[in-house]
Design a protein around this ligand. Structure first.
Ligand code: C2E
Ligand code: CA
Ligand code: CA
Length: 719
């Protein structure tokens, strides 16, 4: 009871009213007093300041009439009226208009006053100018409205996650459009139940950024649409901390499926060959990586890579034109698809190409006239060989190209992928090596890669590289092997044979480097050199010892040289004139293979050469299949019976009989028979017995240099 006493003591009846008056008159808040009929009986300076009406103007008027503006909320006015009519206090916020027309907000605190127990004598109101707050609120509301509109209308899918529950607490319509889930499904977490594997790492990154409070993305990912299809999205995010410390994370999701589809189409077209529509090298490489990963992961699983090259495609392309060549490639692609269908059906019971591709089968155009097939599950040589047979079988029927029936074959190189295969590039390289080998074997062949093949091929590359310079560096030389009259035992002629000493490989046998030189076309240059050198050697020997020098020099011709008949004729003519060697002293050796590759061209060439006086020998006779027929058709001067025949002469009665018959045919056709590879006296006797005229072989002399040859001839005739 002390405090009120103290109050009373401090504020006596004089002090209190004057204190109130001072407060009421000077305070910054507008204040007014009305009578019971609500006419203003007093107002302070702050009131005049806000309303623009002086005390004199205000006195006797009702505040409503004075301040009201048409925008004032009528229900609020009604509420105020009701309270005042009942003589009650009321607090309200009113929008008013000043005398100058300015709108302002007043927070009014209105109370009735009077003596206790009596009717009120009037009302007192203390107001507060809320205009600034209202404007602020209004601005904030507008800002929020705009943000809300942005949120609702944004094409970007938006969700706000409460990181405590990891659940979204807000989401917009765009997100529903992107993932197909309703807002309710999204907020309940239903939409996030199924997440594609591809999205998991992205989610990890997002979570980590949220933990660190760092911005996230944009990262590309995939989400599942409600109907199950995958949607490509780009995601980014930001996290915020609520005043209470709660972490919130925004996730922004952009649908990028259109762009992705275009990108995929573009990427796909970059991975397809435009001519055949088959996947190209790029796609093949990716596919091989993929398959190899499976090989490493799945014990016992493997696959085969078949690389194939169209035999003689160049010839077809050049003779029939590029359009025909293109059509042929398209037709081949179709056949390969058939082959894959047939095999996929056999291996895994699949009956469409699409299903086979699903399994991992892939046909690619490797470039030019080369194709590749990836055959999943074919991990043994037997399985892969059977498939190669299927391919060959599908290619058997001829193709109809620009009105012509064209038959083609392919050479196939096969590499098998197994757990030990390190890289996809190795597979392609190995298959390529094997294909090279298959090509060497002839047409329509297939070959499996093995390690030895690689060293052989790398040697071939060495040889090829070395050959480019061989001529200049003087690494080539000719040796001569004597040809002996079997009856007299005297040497009469010699065959010139090429020798090459490679700087690092040493002596390279002609069988090896001539094959390479034929492939690169360098044989033309080598052959020309051998021809000039052989003729020059003949002339030199004849100048030195005209009586005893070899009557003839036999020079080997390659089929590549024969392909360009005119050039060959010119070379032969030039060699003969340059060295002044009589044409009849020159014999050119060609094999059946060379004749058969272009029978008509060969016939013409042989005829022309013989008319020039040059002799023609058929080399390696007996190694081909149509040898005898060939003999009758072409006019050869000499036939050289292959050493494989001679080798078995004394061992096999059958061979003896065939050789005998052969010699008879040759002699009966008026040609001269020469046996090659004669190594011992038994063979000499047998050959003499069957009437063979000449022999060549180690028994009489190994290939030797020019000086040794001449010395041998001198010795033979001076005896
Ligand atoms: P070819 O024309 O059949 O030459 C005969 C081959 O048999 C030579 O091998 C020779 O050394 C070998 N030889 C000779 N006598 C015997 C024998 O008693 N026993 C055995 N086992 N072999 C014997 P070379 O010199 O290695 O030549 C191999 C092939 O290279 C030649 O076979 C020929 O096709 C080709 N060649 C050599 N020089 C030339 C050339 O200048 N131009 C062309 N286009 N090819 C050539
Ligand atoms: Ca020969
Ligand atoms: Ca021969």
């Amino acid at each position: 009871m002390n405090a009120p006493l103290a109050h009373q003591h401090l504020l006596d009846s004089v002090t209190l009213p004057s204190a109130w008056r001072a407060l009421a008159e000077r305070c910054a808040q507008p204040a007014l007093v009305t009578d019971t009929t609500r006419r203003i009986t007093w107002a302070n300076a702050a009131f005049s300041e806000v309303t623009g009406y002086s005390l004199e103007e205000a006195l006797g008027r009702s505040p409503g009439e004075l301040l009201q503006c048409e925008q004032t909320d009528p229900t609020t006015i009604q509420r105020v009226r009701d309270a005042l009519n009942r003589g009650q206090s009321i607090r309200c916020q009113l929008l008013n208009r000043s005398r100058q027309g300015r709108l302002y907000w007043l927070d009014m605190d209105i109370h009735p006053f009077g003596l206790a127990g009596e009717a009120p004598r009037g009302f007192v109101a203390l107001a507060m100018d809320m205009t600034a707050q209202h404007e602020l609120q209004e601005r904030e509301a507008a800002h929020a409205r705009r943000l809300k509109a942005l949120f609702d209308l944004s094409p970007l899918g938006l969700a706000l996650f409460d990181m405590e529950t990891k659940r979204p607490i807000e989401c917009n319509a765009a997100l529903s459009r992107i993932n197909g889930f309703s807002r309710a499904d999204i907020l309940s977490g239903e939409a996030m139940r199924h997440v594609p594997d591809a999205h998991l790492p992205v989610r990890e990154v997002w979570m980590a950024s949220v933990r660190l409070g760092e911005p996230f993305g944009p990262l590309e990912s995939v989400i599942l649409h409600r109907d199950g299809h995958r949607v490509d999205v780009s995601m980014s995010g930001a996290s915020t901390q609520e005043p209470g410390g709660r972490r919130m994370a925004w996730l922004m999701v952009q649908d990028i499926s259109k762009r992705k589809t275009t990108e995929r189409l573009l990427a796909e077209s970059a991975r397809r060959d435009t001519l055949t529509g088959l996947p190209n090298r790029n796609r093949l490489d990716d596919h091989l990586e993929h398959m190899l990963a499976r090989t490493h992961a799945e014990a016992g699983w493997g696959f085969a890579v078949l690389l194939m090259d169209v035999d003689r495609f160049k010839v077809i392309n050049e003779s029939l034109g590029h359009d025909a060549g293109d059509s042929l490639l398209v037709s081949l692609a179709e056949r390969l698809k058939q082959a894959v269908m047939v095999s996929a059906r056999l291996v895994s019971g699949i009956d469409s190409l699409a299903a086979a591709e699903q399994e991992g089968w892939l046909i690619a155009r490797f470039g030019g006239d080369e194709f590749a097939i990836v055959a999943p599950g074919l991990s043994t040589q037997l399985a892969a060989a059977s498939f190669a047979e299927v391919v060959n079988g599908q290619l058997q029927p001829s193709h109809r190209i620009s009105g012509l029936e064209i038959q083609t074959t392919v050479s196939i190189g096969i590499a098998l992928a197994h757990a030990g295969t390190a890289a996809a590039v190795n597979l392609v390289r190995d298959a390529d090596t094997a294909m090279y080998e298959a090509k060497r074997l002839g047409r329509r062949q297939y070959a499996f890669f093995d390690e030895r093949m690689r060293s052989r091929i790398s040697r071939a590359l060495h040889i090829e590289e070395g050959l480019r310079h061989a001529h200049i560096r003087g690494q080539l030389r000719l040796v001569f092997q004597p040809i002996v009259d079997l009856e007299t035992g005297l040497p009469t002629a010699a065959e010139s044979l090429l020798r090459w000493t490679h700087p690092t490989l040493g002596q390279v046998p002609p069988d090896e480097f001539i094959a390479v030189a034929e492939e690169t076309g360098q044989i033309v240059e080598l052959g020309r050199w051998a021809l000039f050198e052989s003729c020059a050697a003949w002339t030199r020997m004849h100048r030195e010892a005209p009586e005893v020098a070899p009557q003839r020099i036999s020079v080997n011709l390659s089929r590549i040289q024969m392909d360009d008949g005119l050039r060959l004729l010119a070379t032969v003519r030039a060699a003969l004139t340059d060295t002044r060697m009589p044409p009849k002293a020159l014999q050119l050796e060609i094999t059946e293979r060379e004749v058969m590759s272009d029978p008509d061209g060969a016939r013409q060439l042989i005829d022309t050469l013989r008319r020039m006086g040059v002799r023609i020998a058929m080399d390696d006779f007996g190694t081909g299949s149509s040898s005898l027929a060939c003999l009758r058709e072409y006019a050869f001067d000499t036939v050289k019976i292959d050493k494989s025949f001679v080798k078995d002469l004394c061992r096999d009665a059958h061979v003896m009989a065939v050789a005998h018959a052969t010699v008879s045919v040759i002699e009966n056709l008026g040609m001269i028979s020469v046996a090659e590879g004669v190594e011992d006296d038994g063979e000499v006797a047998a050959l003499q017995g069957m009437g063979c005229r000449y022999g060549q072989g180690w028994r009489f002399g190994r290939p030797m240099d020019e000086a040794a040859l001449l010395a041998m001839f001198k010795a033979a005739y001076q005896r």
